[in-house]
Design a protein around this ligand. Structure first.
Ligand code: 13P
Length: 252
């Protein structure tokens, strides 16, 4: 059965002390929770990864990065490589977030390289896709998401693809308080699963975790997660408050 996952994308938030306290609070609140209910991934800013990995060691929580370089090593000032992440026991990396596509010019081509490099270094990509409001209004949202997935992921082998987590994040729902309705999200998730099935077969598609992201919070998570193709969430704002994040984790 495919994994249920709740991942927190902290984006560029929190001081070191606040980050440490937030992880400790989350760990305290999920103490005793059956880890089969949901896999929890926390993705803090890169400078806090070492602390986060240390705190999460021997707990049910996994730690992920928010970005990494497509290059393995060398003269790339300011960049962080997949090998570095792996050497620090980081297990996941968010790739292709719309904020990186929009503000840092990440293209499908760059993302395809990042996904490959991550997998070669045993880092599981949480690959984000999703359309802008104008694209949904123009009725091309399915085409947009399909091409994002095809361009960045479909050169992977079946074995590599099996390690990928997908996050559908409609851009119009990110940080806006406007969530996709459970119907809109389910419809897109079912479509994504179909796209995967057409390429890699039904068995692989059925094992792929597809998360929803975009104003998912403690109030609406249950209704979203109740849908058959929604396997959890990639949570921004609500992952910065321990009580809210833990309520979301318990929403299956
Ligand atoms: P919000 O939950 O703040 O809308 O952010 C979603 C997101 O971008 C997670 O990656």
């Amino acid at each position: 059965m495919r994994k249920k996952i709740v991942a927190g994308n902290w984006k560029m938030n929190k001081s070191f002390e606040q980050a440490e306290a937030l992880i400790c609070d989350i760990l305290e609140e999920i103490d005793g929770l059956d880890s089969r209910l949901a896999n929890v991934v926390i993705c803090p800013p890169a400078v806090y990864l070492e602390m986060a990995v240390d705190l999460a060691r021997e707990t049910s929580i996994s730690i992920g990065a928010q970005n990494m370089s497509q290059f393995t090593s060398g003269a790339y000032t300011g960049e962080i490589s997949a090998t570095m992440l792996q050497s620090m026991d980081v297990q996941y990396c968010i790739l292709g977030h719309s904020e990186r596509r929009q503000y840092f010019n990440e293209t499908d081509e760059i993302l395809a390289a990042k996904v490959k490099t991550a997998l070669e270094n045993v880092i599981k990509p949480i690959f984000c896709c999703g359309e802008a409001l104008a694209q949904r209004e123009a009725g091309v949202h399915f085409d947009v998401v399909k091409s994002q997935i095809e361009n960045a992921l479909f050169t992977l082998t079946e074995e590599q693809f099996a390690e990928v987590v997908i996050a559908y994040e409609p851009i119009w729902a990110i940080g806006t308080g406007v969530t996709a309705s459970p119907q809109q999200a389910q419809e897109m998730h079912e479509f994504i699963r179909g796209v995967i099935a057409a390429k890699y077969g039904i068995a692989v598609a059925e094992e792929t975790s597809i998360l929803y992201g975009g104003s998912c919070n403690a109030k609406n998570a249950k209704e979203l997660f109740a849908n058959p193709d929604i396997d959890g969430g990639l949570i921004g704002g609500a992952s910065l408050v321990a009580a809210d994040f833990v309520t979301i984790i318990k929403s299956f």
